[in-house]
Design a protein around this ligand. Structure first.
Ligand code: MN
Length: 232
């Protein structure tokens, strides 16, 4: 079938992407799903019950993810928090994916930050409003390169920590995730048709806190890598 390709009225935005460790190829980003309160100790520090209640998700925009090592302090907030998270990148998707099949969809893993305007997120929570102004702002997702599964395996335990200016702020273990990676993929696929290029930010361990201009964040996830980001 012949399809007439029509020109765009404006220059299309660049395809958002993440680098891949030890590769000249890029991983093209589709959607960025984020899970809330996925480590019990973080749920408690945010004033919630750590019991295994059904997971909930929100989204960032693909173009929010950056890899230039800089986080520009955003406008309209005076309480911006770091949330260190393991990133899961999907090379396959589908609907109603079984938990047993879910890991077949994973391309690789990365270190990411779900930077959050906590004051605006708090107001939104109080008023029952959506979270985008607190979560999905420009450059709110600094990330490291993705490590393909062939190199990382599927990390299920090991330290996850974040320092600010050399002081330990967040500590946890990947085995403390309330909802595990295969479960997150399976549940998301009941609500969305997952697609190659989708990524999942898998929640943050306890110790979230504010940053200020001039701070340097340094994060590590066992088996996945390290990430250094300066607040500018
Ligand atoms: Mn988060």
């Amino acid at each position: 079938m012949l399809t007439k390709t029509m020109p765009y009225a404006i220059t299309p935005p660049a395809q958002a992407s993440l680098p891949i460790a030890d590769s000249d190829l890029l991983f093209p980003l589709n959607r960025v799903f984020c899970i809330g309160r996925n480590y019990a100790a973080h749920a408690v520090e945010m004033g919630h019950d750590p019991d295994k209640e059904p997971p909930f998700f929100f989204l960032k925009s693909p173009s929010n993810l950056t890899t230039d090592g800089a986080f520009p302090y955003p406008s309209r907030s005076s309480d911006v928090h770091h949330e260190l998270e393991m990133v899961v990148a999907l090379s396959k998707g589908g609907t109603d994916i079984a938990v047993e099949d879910a890991l077949d969809c994973v391309f690789g893993y990365g270190v990411g930050l779900d930077m959050t305007r906590r004051d605006l997120q708090g107001e939104a929570k109080k008023m029952g409003r959506p979270w985008e102004v607190g979560k999905a702002f420009e450059k709110s997702g600094p990330c490291g390169p993705l490590v393909p599964v062939e190199a990382s395996g599927h990390p299920t335990d090991g330290e996850i920590w974040l320092d600010v200016n050399g002081e330990r702020r967040q500590t946890g273990d990947l085995n403390q995730m309330i909802w595990k990676v295969p479960e997150m993929i399976a549940i998301l696929s009941q609500y969305f048709e997952l697609q190659p290029g989708d990524v999942i930010m898998t929640g943050t361990p306890s110790g979230v806190g504010p940053v200020k201009r001039g701070d340097v964040m340094h994060a590590m996830i066992t088996g996945v890598g390290e990430l250094t980001v300066a607040v500018t």
